[in-house]
Design a protein around this ligand. Structure first.
Ligand code: SF4
Length: 60
């Protein structure tokens, strides 16, 4: 089974203001932008972007 390469203390509920390390103050997601050939991808004001790649950890 593949293993996460990064674990966050808390799953962000929203891109804005919830401590996501990939959110940039200009309203851009670093991960989604890198997957978009480094063209900036703006995130919604509320909640997480529908293509957010963060996944909750499955309890084992
Ligand atoms: S889409 Fe996901 S990874 Fe990107 S800024 Fe929002 S919460 Fe963070």
């Amino acid at each position: 089974m593949s293993k996460a390469i990064l674990e966050l203390e808390k799953m962000p509920d929203a891109c804005y203001g919830d401590g996501c390390p990939f959110f940039k103050i200009t309203g851009i997601c670093d991960i989604l932008s890198s997957r978009n050939n480094y063209m900036p991808v703006l995130v919604p004001r509320e909640g997480r972007h529908p293509d957010c790649p963060l996944k909750p950890k499955k309890e084992e």
